[in-house]
Design a protein around this ligand. Sequence first.
Ligand code: HEC
Length: 92
Amino acid sequence: ADPELAQVGRFVYNRGNPFSGVAACADCHGAAGHGTDRLPRLGGQHAQYVENQLKAFSKRERTNDNAVMHTIASKLTELELKAVAAYVSGLK
Ligand code: HEC
């Protein structure tokens, strides 16, 4: 775990990236990333898993491809993607 990377991820998760038009993850996924019947759980997921899902959304490789997540994931930089993955993996 890299606390500084997770701090960047915390910003992205809670605020998105207002400079590149990325919506805050927390707006849909909730502050703690708890799943709902319509949203998969993010909190506590393995960072590598989250990273892989975001890359798959970005490349439209997921079979249950979701237009919203594609738009978001395709705008994330490599740093933002790894940072947000590190942050959610630390959420309880
Ligand atoms: C506008 C609402 C919305 C926002 C904002 C949003 N998401 Fe999502 N996200 C969804 C929905 C809906 C799904 C379920 C998609 C599906 O499986 O078809 C999802 C799925 C995911 C998944 C897949 C999880 C799994 O186990 O399959 C990840 C990872 C994810 N989101 C990360 C993020 C991150 C990181 C951000 C912020 C950069 C974000 N999301 C912002 C709505 C949103």
